[in-house]
Structure formats: structure tokens, C-alpha cells
Design a protein around this ligand. Structure first.
Ligand code: FRU
Length: 609
């Protein structure tokens, strides 16, 4: 029985706009079946169905029925009182078939009559294009973001034939976490990204959580020499590990029909694997999330897995779940020795609250990871980045020239869903090269330096090689009007007890960074940096050890529209923090307290927007 018939509407809402003259014919029928249940039938041959979203609502369950058979289930926060934006549902795979959406809402309406008034029903629309042109002031100018919708962890990254492939946890149906799918982008230079269609979508075993990919050079899995193989967590009623493979360089994946390839009796996720030439087997590290440990498995073919060991119980930061591991070997600067690095992202329990990337340095014999201890015999807790917005960091497999290039999710689970953006939510950090160095305390630490390709972002040189003596009054230096820039700043503290670097804008907002050469720390205060009130966890001061003993500090600072990344002393510390200034940062002020200090080199490059 039909209780509603809508003509195809043409909408131009926040997430997308459509052409005025559609090259399709069709309409949408809405049939209410009860307080919570509605059928939406799509007639005709439109490429997209726009789904109207109101972010403050709970998810509706939408079963997509094609020619009477269930095809997939998606979840979207259907609009009740107003439409925040629309998301596109791709109808092209169903051309010539009958498509019905069987929708169960959670709108909390008392009667069918009331439910019929929900804003979504009159705002479902057919369209022939979906325009993702940026409409937001806080979308980064030079960081990777999804073209629209929610993103969390980068995952499954590999390098092949001159292309850096980046997959990410993506929600194509809204800007909050849901419908986990592997989104896909690729880049020849880690700077300019091309978006591709989703690579792995939720399937019968559940949503597609984080994982890893690699080139199967040995054809160990039998999918072909140099096939791309991927392991990910299928998140259905429980978490289990699944295998997929690609014979077109990671553009599309085949789901292995024998999935899952590994099940456990407790929560485990984010399989990170590599082909170990020493053992001629695959090694997989799996986060045993709630047990705060990593499990190590091995396999000859990615299908049969043998548990070898576990690592981490009682070690390092234990306050949150352990997630997103990565294990790799690197040379230690200047010693000729090699060490293994185990990345172990945790949430919450980071040094400044919420999510953070901890790591362990040690040895790995193909079966067991053993962490180095400090002078008192304890395994020290180490952090890869000393900001609040650096999580789920993992590295590219098969990177050229022995590089270990990593990238993180530039947010924090404490407030990621509340940040003041809507067309998209979350960016990735800049790519970083991971290295190892021995610090003054005798310990080996991981360094993070900006990937060399980032130098290609440099536009106009605003200032080059400035030297100056700095006192309490401070010196002011202009930044480009866009505020989007790279600052190279070398200082010598000399007699000063602290140096302060303040980024200012015309709205009177400030981000304040302070170097303490006595305590050997660098701190970052975003409490007055702009919009901070969307979460009480957002205003914060973060602090890093500077790993120097001579009062000299060398900073590379990358400022984008809503983030600041600081790399200090050749990457001996890195700090990644979001900021939402209402106007661009246009001034850098540098001042010293307790005595005079010197700027030995200040160079500022604009970065093209
Ligand atoms: C980390 C994480 C992973 C999981 C993914 C789900 O941020 O919780 O452990 O695979 O996000 O999107």
C-alpha cells in the first residue's frame, strides 16, 4: 500500500550539490509501516540516492533489498527535525533492478502520524552527481582528508610501482563513526592524494576494521606472485581476522572465501603482518585489546596461523585498550646495530588524556619480542608523539630504500566526533620517517622527521635565514595571510631560562609554545587557541622532552588550517595538536625570559592552499 509518493527532489546540501538538469528519470516512494518502520522504494535509473542526515540523531538501520533479496545493511542518522547534510548512496551497481530500503528508525516517535513528519522522508532525493568540493574553513590545505564523511585510523598502507597506497577507516554515510569501510587514496609523493572508490566494504562477517597489507612476492597465499594481500578485522557480533587480496594493485579486493582465518575467544583486532625473510613465514602482531597485550602469530600462507608468543602484560601504559600494532626493524643511528620497534597504540591512557602512540624498542627472533630495559631493569614507557592528536600510527609496507614511513590519525577519541567540522571529520598527520637514536640517558628512542617529499609543498619564501637577539619584549614576524606555512626556527637559549613562541591571529587567539632549556622540555598550550569549547578535554597543554643538553633547539613547524605539527631536534621529539583558530595565524612572536637568547635561523615558507 502506498502512503506517499515523492517526485525526485534536487537538493544542494552541505555534503553535496547536484546538477540542475538530471540525466535520469525516476522517483522515490515512501511507505510507512509503523512507528519505526518505513519502506523507501527507488524507481528509475538515478546514479545516487541522497540520504538526509541529522547528526544528533541515533542511527537508523537501513536494509537494502535488491529484487527482493537482502544486499547490504547500512546505518545512518536519518534526519528528524532538520537536515544537517545528505550522504550519497551509490545506486549504479543496481541499475535495472528493484531497490527497496527497509528502514528501522530510532526516532522515538509516539505514533505513525508523528513519524511521518520526520524531515528525512521529504528529503530523500535522487541525483546524478555528488559534489565533494570543500565547503569548510577547517579542512586542511595539505593534509590527507576523506573527500567527505568520517575517517579514523589509517591502515593497510603499502607502496608499489611509485604509488603510496593509503587505506583508512571510513564512514561513507555520515561524519561520525559507523559502517567501517576501507576508504582508499593513493599518491605518487605522499603529498598529493587521489581518492578512489571504497576498497573493502562491510560484508557478511561484519564491518571492516583496521588491518595491514603487503605485496606477496613469494605467492605464499596462492593468489599470484606480487598480489596485494590484506588482513583486517571483521567486526560482526565479535571480532575475527579476515583475509583479502587484490590483483589490480590494491584498487579492488577479493574477499577470501575461507574467512575468518583466525578466531579467538576474546576481543582481538588490527592484524599487522609482514613477510619475515628470516623465518620464511608471515609474522602477524594482533592487538589483544582488553588484555593490554600484543599477540604474535606466524603463518606460511596467511590462512593457517600459529600463536608464537604474547608481549606486554603489565608493561608500558596499561590504562586503555591496546590497538593498532606495527613491528619493524631499523638501524640505530651511528652504531651499526639494528633494533626492532613495536608500535602499540593505546586509548585512553595517553600522556595528555585519551589516545596516543606508545612504542617499545627491543629484539625479535621471529617468534618473541623482548623489550629493552633501562638502567634499573624496567621496561620504559615511550611515546612517539607528544601531542594530543596522533593516534593509530602505523607504517607503509614495502616502502622504497629501506624507509620506514608512518602516518597517524590526527585526532583523539576523546573528542574526534565533536570537532567543529561536518562535511568531513578528521585528517591524517603528515607522513613521517621513523628512525632510531640514542639519547643522553643511554636509551634508544624512535625519532619522527617530516617525510622529505613535504619540501615540495613550499611556496613563497616569506623570510630566510633571519638572525636576531631576543629579549623579554619579543620580536614579531609576519606569517603568510593564509596562515598556512612551514616555519624552520633554530634558537640558542644562551642566558634565557625560557623561550616563548606565540602564534597570533587578528581575533586575539593565541597558541603558545614554550622551550625550557633547564628542564629540557617543549610545551604547547592551546587553551586560548580559538574554538575549544566543543569538548572539555580539548583545551590542553602538552609537553615533550627535547633530548638535548646544550640549550639549542631546532624546530620545523607545519601550520595548517586546523593543526600544528612540531618536529624538534632532528625529529627527536614530535608534537601534533589540532587547533581551531577563528582567523588564520598571521604573526609569530618570539620572546625570552631570564636573559637574552638568540634566533640563529628563522625561515618561513608559505604553503599553497
Ligand atoms: C582504533 C580502532 C581500531 C579499530 C578501529 C575501528 O582507533 O578502535 O582498534 O580497528 O578503530 O574503526
Amino acid at each position: 500500500m502506498k502512503n506517499g509518493l515523492l517526485k525526485s527532489a534536487i537538493l544542494g546540501m552541505m555534503l553535496g550539490a547536484v546538477n540542475a538538469t538530471p540525466a535520469f528519470s525516476g522517483n522515490i516512494e515512501v511507505n510507512h509501516l509503523g512507528v519505526q518502520n518505513t519502506l523507501v522504494r527507488v524507481n528509475g535509473d538515478a546514479p545516487y540516492l541522497f540520504i538526509p542526515v541529522q547528526e544528533s540523531n541515533d542511527d537508523a538501520t537501513i536494509r537494502v533489498i535488491v529484487d527482493g533479496k537482502p544486499d547490504k545493511t547500512i546505518y545512518a542518522r536519518l534526519a528528524k527535525s532538520k537536515v544537517d547534510y545528505s550522504v550519497p548512496f551509490d545506486l549504479t551497481p543496481y541499475k535495472g533492478h528493484n531497490v527497496v530500503l527497509d528502514i528501522m528508525t530510532s526516532q522515538g516517535r509516539g505514533s505513525v502520524r508523528e513519524a511521518k513528519d520526520d524531515a528525512c522522508w521529504s528529503n530523500f532525493a535522487l541525483a546524478d552527481t555528488f559534489d565533494t568540493t570543500n565547503r569548510e574553513k577547517f579542512r586542511p590545505a595539505f593534509h590527507h582528508t576523506p573527500s567527505y564523511g568520517w575517517m579514523n585510523d589509517p591502515n593497510g598502507m603499502f607502496y608499489k610501482d611509485g604509488q603510496w597506497h593509503l587505506y583508512y577507516q571510513w564512514n561513507p554515510y555520515g561524519s561520525k563513526w559507523q559502517n567501517m569501510t576501507w576508504g582508499h587514496s593513493s599518491s605518487p609523493d605522499l603529498v598529493h592524494w587521489t581518492h578512489h572508490p571504497a576498497a573493502i566494504e562491510p560484508n557478511g562477517l561484519g564491518a571492516v576494521f583496521s588491518g595491514s597489507s603487503a605485496i606477496d612476492t613469494e605467492n605464499s597465499a596462492g593468489f599470484g606472485k606480487n598480489a596485494i594481500v590484506a588482513l583486517y578485522t571483521s567486526a560482526g557480533h565479535s571480532q575475527m581476522q579476515s583475509l583479502a587480496w587484490s590483483d589490480d594493485n590494491g584498487n579492488t579486493f577479493h574477499i577470501y572465501e575461507g574467512n575468518p582465518v583466525l578466531t579467538l575467544e576474546s576481543e582481538a583486532r588490527d592484524p599487522n603482518m609482514f613477510w619475515n625473510p628470516d623465518t620464511k613465514q608471515w609474522t602477524m602482531v594482533l592487538a589483544h585489546a582488553l588484555d593490554h597485550e600484543m599477540l604474535v602469530f606466524s603463518s606460511p600462507d596467511l590462512k593457517e596461523w600459529t600463536l608464537q608468543s604474547s608481549f606486554g602484560k603489565g608493561l608500558g601504559a596499561q590504562d586503555g585498550v591496546w590497538e593498532c600494532p606495527d613491528l619493524f626493524r631499523l638501524p640505530v643511528d651511528g652504531t651499526g646495530a639494528e633494533k626492532w620497534v613495536l608500535l602499540c597504540n593505546i586509548n585512553p591512557g595517553g600522556p595528555f588524556g585519551g589516545s596516543a602512540t606508545q612504542y617499545f624498542i627491543g629484539d625479535f627472533d621471529g617468534k618473541t619480542f623482548k623489550a629493552d630495559t633501562d638502567a634499573s631493569g624496567n621496561v620504559p614507557t615511550k611515546w612517539l608523539d607528544f601531542g594530543k592528536d596522533h593516534y593509530a600510527t602505523v607504517s607503509w609496507s614495502d616502502a622504497p630504500g629501506g624507509r620506514r614511513t608512518a602516518i597517524g590519525w590526527m585526532s583523539n577519541w576523546q573528542y574526534a566526533a565533536e570537532v567543529p567540522t561536518m562535511q568531513f571529520r578528521s585528517a591524517n598527520t603528515l607522513p613521517r620517517e621513523i628512525g632510531l637514536f640514542t639519547a643522553p640517558d643511554g636509551q634508544i628512542y624512535a625519532s619522527s622527521t617530516p617525510s622529505p617529499e613535504l619540501a615540495s609543498l613550499r611556496g613563497k619564501t616569506i623570510r630566510k635565514g633571519t638572525r636576531a637577539t631576543i629579549g623579554t619584549k619579543g620580536n614579531e614576524y609576519a606569517l603568510p595571510p593564509s596562515g598556512v606555512c612551514e616555519i624552520q626556527l633554530n634558537v640558542d637559549a644562551q642566558k634565557a631560562s625560557s623561550l616563548t613562541f606565540t602564534l597570533k591571529n587578528t581575533a586575539g587567539e593565541q597558541t603558545v609554545m614554550t622551550y625550557d632549556p633547564v628542564a629540557h622540555t617543549f610545551s604547547f598550550d592551546r587553551t586560548r587557541s580559538g574554538i575549544t569549547d566543543f569538548s572539555q578535554e580539548f583545551p590542553a597543554v602538552t609537553s615533550a622532552p627535547t633530548f638535548e643538553d646544550n640549550g639549542k633547539l631546532a624546530l620545523s613547524i607545519f601550520i595548517d588550517r586546523s593543526s600544528i605539527e612540531v618536529f624538534g631536534n632532528d625529529g627527536r621529539f614530535a608534537m601534533t595538536n589540532l587547533v581551531f583558530p577563528t582567523a588564520p595565524h598571521t604573526t609569530l612572536s618570539v620572546s625570552a625570559a631570564g636573559g637574552k637568547a638568540k634566533i640563529t635561523d628563522l625561515t618561513i615558507y608559505s604553503i599553497a592552499e
